[in-house]
Design a binder for this molecule. Structure first.
Ligand code: G
Ligand code: G
Ligand code: MN
Length: 525
């Protein structure tokens, strides 16, 4: 990709980041607003229903109490006194009375000699309660009531009692209904009878109908239902309020993301130039991580790991700049520098520690370049390395063209270098590589070592890798060993070598030499 098109791509990505976070925050505001309003409309509907259910509860209690006092005279003074007591303790009932033949004969309000006509019953609920939905009581100034009746006993409730509970919200539509018949009992505002049908067999539902957000609920105990509806304009107001909060946050997040994209893109684009300068300024050095014998715990070798400390003092991780160097075609220069640094670092080492080895990572380009052979032969000569003192580490990704890489690997082995297949198991065709190339070591990737003792489904894989390496007579190095349990497991399975924080982190060449001088090295034999 050209620098120009990469810049354009980064810009497009940055703009997309802003657009996406903005879009997302608008969407989120809308959803939050809707959720809030749905909660509110259900709240109203449940309030209304609760009020109806309390009235029903109190009616049921009143009937039970009156049944207990039943006598030949249902309107005796004693009974009327009980009715008074009941109406006093029943917050949602206006009066409790006795009905005979569509007439209210007596009630907590007194006795009526001829009885007050109530009119015919409108509905009988499935629990056998007869409902008169719209009774005008003359002595109450023509105010309208609902009268519930069972076995002659009746409760008188103001028709709009349940829907009066939330009068402080003027633009809320409220209604009560009888679920069995789907009839509206009382309503405030333009409540539609069809809304009841939306409930079906369920106990609650919500939906948008034209200009309103509607909630319909039904009692699980009584033949009571309630409806609440809020104008959608409220929702819009709610959404705008959420948007005021979320969209600025989303836009800022988008801008931060966009800046991060641009920063990394610039960094990535500038990296080749920066790497060249870093090579010139000698900003690279090498750390060595010990590889130990799992039986004795002694050091048998070390892997050379490149480190980059910028002139600013900032350390850049190799997993960031190695891939960038590979992309920019600069990795061979880096490998050459590593070889140069190792030459200097290990001078005289193999004379004192004849069995010790140093591992050097090679990238794909190195393994497809004849010049690598010469460089490594010179390293072997300069460090007086014997066979096996130098090990090259090649990952599967590095062996992309097996013919070319295979010839180079053979040449290197012929010169006395040993070869390790690195990060084993993370590539695509580990097995075919094992057939094609002659390796000395197999390095099991840390990701498999991590699964040991976890019971994860993949924890079996490490056993298969070990068996396979044994069958191919490869020496095994387990990478990234961090716990004693992992080390014990590997030792018991016949793995000879390990590398990891349990034994040592990557260290400077001075520390490596000091450790060797202190007798950490495996002795010959
Ligand atoms: O320890 P560390 O974080 O350095 O290793 C990160 C990655 O960088 C590892 O996958 C390692 O193989 C790679 N790496 C470290 N040093 C070198 C090197 O000198 N050459 C190449 N090609 N890769 C290296
Ligand atoms: O070249 P390779 O990918 O094998 O490089 C080894 C990488 O693993 C390096 O980044 C090294 O720092 C890292 N490493 C080595 N031992 C451990 C360990 O015990 N734990 C963790 N987390 N990383 C390790
Ligand atoms: Mn390696």
């Amino acid at each position: 990709m050209s620098k120009r098109s990469a810049t354009v791509l980064a810009l497009v990505l940055a703009l997309l980041a802003i657009a996406a976070t903005t879009f997302f925050s608008v969407h989120l505001a809308r959803r939050q607003g809707l959720e809030f309003e749905i909660g509110r409309v259900f709240g109203y509907a449940r309030d209304v229903l609760r009020s109806s259910d309390i009235a029903a509860d109190q009616f049921v209690n009143a009937v039970a109490m009156l049944e207990a006092h039943r006598s030949a005279q249902p309107c005796s003074d004693t009974i009327v006194a009980v009715m008074r007591g009941l109406s006093l303790i029943s917050s949602n009932l206006k009066a409790v009375g006795y009905v005979a033949g569509d007439r209210l004969m007596c009630s907590s309000l007194g006795k009526f000699a001829e009885g007050l006509p109530l009119g015919p019953v409108d509905t009988i609920t499935d629990r056998g309660v007869a409902l008169r939905l719209d009774v005008a009581l003359e002595f109450a100034g023509g105010k309208r009531f609902t009268v519930a009746e069972r076995d002659g006993y009746a409760a008188i409730v103001p028709r709009d009692m349940a829907i009066d509970t939330t009068t402080r919200q003027p633009n809320v539509l409220l209604a009560t209904f009888t679920p069995g018949t789907g009839e509206l009992r009382s309503s405030r505002g333009a409540v539609k009878r069809e809304w009841i049908d939306a409930l079906g067999k369920g106990t609650e539902t919500s939906f948008v109908d034209g200009t309103h957000l509607v909630a319909v609920v039904r009692s699980k105990q009584y033949a009571n239902g309630a409806i609440a509806a809020l104008p959608l304009a409220n929702l819009e107001r709610q959404v705008r309020a959420s948007e005021m909060l979320l969209v600025p946050v989303g836009v800022v997040a988008g801008i931060v993301l966009a800046l991060a994209i641009l920063y990394f893109a610039r960094m990535q684009l500038a990296l080749p130039a920066i790497l060249k300068v870093a090579l010139r300024r000698h900003e690279f050095f090498v750390n060595y991580q010990p590889i130990v014998d799992l039986q004795t715990g002694r050091w048998v070798g070390a892997e050379a790991l490149i480190r980059w400390r910028r002139h600013t003092g900032e350390m850049v991780r190799p997993d960031l700049f190695i891939p960038a160097a590979e992309d920019a075609g600069l990795i061979r220069l880096i490998t050459a520098r590593v070889i140069q640094l190792v030459t200097r670092d290990v001078a005289g080492l193999f004379e004192r520690h004849a069995q010790f080895h140093i591992g050097i990572n090679l990238s794909s380009e190195d393994l497809h370049d004849e010049a690598t052979i010469e460089r490594l032969r010179r390293l072997a000569a300069d460090t007086r390395a014997s066979a096996g003192n130098l090990v090259i580490e090649a990952s599967e990704r590095g062996l992309a063209e097996p013919q070319v890489a295979g010839a180079i690997v053979r040449e290197l082995r012929a010169s006395g270098l040993h070869v390790a297949i690195d990060d084993f198991g993370t590539g695509y065709s580990s097995l075919s590589y094992l057939e094609r190339f002659e390796f000395d070591y197999l390095k099991i990737d840390k990701s498999f070592i991590d699964t040991i003792g976890t019971g994860a489904a993949t924890s079996q894989v490490v056993l298969h890798i070990i068996e396979m390496a044994k069958a191919l007579k490869l020496k095994i190095v387990a990478e990234g060993v961090e716990t004693r349990a992992q080390a014990d497991f590997l030792r018991e399975r016949g793995v000879q070598y390990a590398q990891g924080w349990l034994y040592g982190k990557p260290m400077s060449c001075e520390e490596l030499r000091a450790g060797l001088a202190a007798g950490n090295a495996a002795t010959a034999g």
